[in-house]
Design a protein around this ligand. Sequence first.
Ligand SMILES: O=C(O)C1=C[C@@H](OP(=O)(O)O)[C@@H](O)[C@H](O)C1
Ligand SMILES: C=C(OP(=O)(O)O)C(=O)O
Length: 415
Amino acid sequence: MEKVILYKNSQVFDVKIQLASSKSESNRALIINALSGFKGDLQNLSSARDTQTMIRLLQSTDAVADVIDAGTTMRFLTAYFTATNQAKTMTGTPRMCERPIGILVEALKTIGAEIDYQKQEGYPPLQIHGIGEQKSNEVTIRGDVSSQYISALLMIAPTLPQGLTIHLTGELGSIPYIKMTLAQMQAFGVEAEANWEEKVIKVAPQSYAPTSYQVESDWSGASYWYSIVALSTFEDTKVELFGLKENSLQGDSAIVEIMSQLGVKSTFTKDGVLLTKVPAQNSLTWDFTNCPDLAQTVAVTCVAKGIEATFTGIESLKIKETDRILALQNELAKFGGSLTEVVTNTEYKVSGSGFAFGSADISIATYDDHRMAMAFAPLAMLTDVTIEEPHVVVKSYPSFWDDLKKVVSIEQPTV
Ligand SMILES: O=C(O)C1=C[C@@H](OP(=O)(O)O)[C@@H](O)[C@H](O)C1
Ligand SMILES: C=C(OP(=O)(O)O)C(=O)O
């Protein structure tokens, strides 16, 4: 098994990190730019595998589009290939074929698409045949499973002959990602009308204008650095993260507010944000509905600091790269932590006794999930820790281990 051993940090540090750029913003920019005729100028695109896969598949003339494990790439391209009438087989890893897509496929069929499931109804692999005459300019779609279906529909909406009105039902999750989509559409000259009370978004037929677009650094990736500062035992520890903005399109910038309670102060500079240590509170209550990708980072930080926490809004974690709730439960237990469901499908308690590491023999399994590897790596502020299958980080933050080397000594044993 491939693994890295992280040796406990033993000194104060003051480092500057050029953060990876956002794969969410990159993947939207790529789809919208494709819909504007590939004529824009996209800057600072992410080196994440999810984005590199998007670039490759947008250029490919192959009949099969294999997204590997990239959720946005699967969902956005399913809508894009449909709207641009390209016959494609959409597939991915075995886990990708367990992640639901029926809600998006049914909405596309309502509009006029012809799509078949190749194996199990509601799941990849899919065969996209294309779209005929637009059958409807209204769809009703659940907003409580994945916002990616809604973003996918929104991006193609202005290119449909009759535009599209999307009615959302249920409790809406990941709304900042929908707002990010709308903001990037606007940057490419397309206006949409969103009524959040009525849960309706209306997009008239319009053309995207080729644009020069600069992608921001990745706030989800920043979260691991916040955790590193929160767990550092040296009061004067400092990390400056470049390329982040105070007014971000990314909902994961909520990490600023969360970590202000867990002992990290954020000071915005002309280049990004400077993280320094401040006293932490002894409890945290947070609703992750709008920032599900932060839940693992925050759970590990709370357990390692012995901070009792109440989490809500984490149901969608079960259908991501792995069942992240189960994965967290298994791995937190390795250093005395727990994530317990206290109200079915609603409320979870995170507990841990802080520095209960015992012998230094903790080895964290990562379940093909980049965020499992990166969320547990900050434990190296407190103990030696092994992270299994460390290559998983390529999904969103390929330079993570190189960046981490600035603060932790890392050994990669040969197998
Ligand atoms: O639209 C996006 O870029 C994303 C939306 C979120 O997914 P859900 O909408 O499925 O929660 C998030 O977890 C994912 O990492 C990226
Ligand atoms: C859930 C994630 O990505 P996706 O759904 O795009 O695979 C993630 O990056 O944490």
